[in-house]
Design a protein around this ligand. Structure first.
Ligand code: 5GP
Length: 208
């Protein structure tokens, strides 16, 4: 097992904040970051691939995974269950890889209990009006769903001070640079770098 543990990044955002596009841009710029593919009981949407967007399973299978202790965290979100594989994350971290989780607040709090060093990043819409405009622009949800998502968004935004970082997605390019900067800066923290530089330091007669 590598001595160098990877970082755990948790990206939380209200739906419509642009999280998916930002994370896709981050993964393109930083391909070494491994995206956790969650298990979900919700039906796949058009264009979604099993194993790529989610591992789509039924409630019975989800329940069995809970009982076997397979989840690092799980939560019910909008009437469906979502969970993060514990074994997948642990093996990535043991290999020194960085992992990124796109999960909700309930999940983020559970993960932080297991990995207190997990870095939480909140993607903030520029305003509630803009969020509403984006949700309506999707034209996929009915009025009741939009209202529910906006109400949840307000609750999530009320907690942003608890996050390590906040990225405001008013300008996509700038928000991308902000997100990438957070990941790069986290990798450069002295504890991680010290482990990475063990050989170099040893040659200098410095490392113990
Ligand atoms: P969607 O169904 O729109 O893909 O996701 C709905 C919500 O579930 C989003 O807020 C998303 O971040 C959250 N979510 C996705 N996967 C997980 C997971 O494994 N655990 C938790 N707690 N939330 C998740």
């Amino acid at each position: 097992m590598s001595q160098l543990a990877g970082n755990v990044f948790i990206v939380v955002a209200p739906s419509g904040a642009g999280k998916t596009s930002l994370v896709a841009a981050l993964l393109k710029a930083e391909p070494a970051v491994q995206l956790s593919v969650s298990y979900s009981t919700r039906p796949a949407r058009k264009g979604e691939m099993d194993g790529q967007h989610y591992h789509f399973i039924n409630r019975q299978a989800f329940q069995a995974m809970i009982e076997q202790g397979d989840f690092l965290e799980y939560a019910e979100v909008y009437g469906n269950y979502y969970g993060t594989s514990a074994s997948w994350i642990r093996s990535c971290l043991a290999e020194g890889r960085d992992v990124l989780l796109e999960i909700d607040w309930q999940g983020a709090l559970q993960v932080q209990k297991v990995f207190p060093g997990a870095i939480t990043i909140f993607i903030m819409p520029p305003s509630i009006e803009e969020l509403e405009r984006r949700l309506r622009g999707r034209a996929t949800d009915g009025e009741d769903v939009i209202c529910r998502r906006l109400a949840v968004a307000r609750l999530e935004i009320a907690k942003i001070a608890e996050c390590d970082y906040i990225v405001v997605n008013d300008d996509f390019e700038r928000a991308c640079v902000d997100l990438i900067s957070i990941v790069r800066a986290s990798r450069l923290n002295s504890k991680t770098q010290y482990l990475r530089l063990t050989t170099v330091l040893a040659k200098m007669g410095i490392a113990g």
